[in-house]
Write a protein that binds this ligand. Sequence first.
Ligand code: FE2
Length: 426
Amino acid sequence: MDLVIRNANLPDGRQKIDIAIVAGRIAAVGPCLPVQGQAEIDAGGNLVSPPFVDAHFHMDATLSYGLPRVNQSGTLLEGIALWGELKPTLTQDAIIERALQYCDWAVARGLLAIRSHVDICDDRLLATEALLQVKQQVAPYLDLQLVAFPQDGLLRSASAFTNLKRAIAMGVDVVGGIPHFERTMADGAESVRLLCEYAAEQGLRVDMHCDESDDPLSRHIETLAYHSHRLGMQGRVTGSHLTSMHSMDNYYVSKLMPLMREAGVAAIANPLINITLQGRHDTYPKRRGMTRVPELMAAGIDVAFGQDCAMDPWYSLGSGDMLEVAHMGLHVAQMTGQEAMQACFKAVTETPARILGLDGYGLEVGCHADLVLLDAADPVEAIRLRAARLKVIRRGTVISESPAAQARLSVAGRPEAVDFRLARGR
Ligand code: FE2
């Protein structure tokens, strides 16, 4: 064996498990494996998980916070306007440099797969070229999947559809959209039809920004489910954000969710962004704006949590930490039951892996040996502590290490300083 990890807790609750790795893949998983590794890691009863996966990000904008100015209102629309001001000044080198820096942050956080939208409404396709280069460069350590995203509207921006097709021809993986930003509801529906038909024809996945508003009457997710079903695209279509579902009539939602299930449409909520951008026109009470995560999950629909933004025109915070994302999602959705908290961990690991269609993801024999050793005993403790990623392993090789969270206390009444593991429950 190239590497054996001993005494690990797994996300499904199994304890004292060994994981043997050969040639970058998992060769055996079980208690007390009778094998020797050329290298061995003692997990010490800590959690070993497949890596974090971010199903929704904007890598072309990341780490551009403050360029050319700060979003004063903090709203989605000022963010879009600000991005429009920034776009003409972007250079390929700057996009690449910022994206690579973010990928380093991601790796250190055990985030080894990202689906990033890339704005294709710039006729030069500068960001597309840049992120395709980044995708190739990071491939040994991070899976980057790109979505052709018509930020200014497929129909509202004259060259968007042509550019989107150019981007796909250049190697972008997924078809994006933004129906709620088109001029009318009818144009939004038409954009969904055009994009789904194009994706079906090309055999591609679809991931649209869909109903990212507080409008209870926004209906683009219904249209997306309709075309996904009509075109036989089950399992390959995703609605991102879906914040209008928060405000929709309950009776209507009771019809909508089974339609989404039937159409095999997945959902991605972006808790950090949804909780800060939605409900901005409300006085009090203010709507939370995040889509109906536990209800969608209960209806049998795949729901993932995405980071969406990190230090860009829309969000001045964020650090590539999917445990922070899960932590916020758990709170906003009030998912504090034991099973619900486990589901929040899955929403940043196995569910987005399924949505992205990642090959060889997981802890089964034969899967890629991509693993994260966390400074936590189980998924709930990992979320609670936003636990340190002690080791991040890619294809059987340790590619990042972080120290455990420890503190030394020197307090009155104690003769000596005390070292202790920060807030560990055992
Ligand atoms: Fe987004």
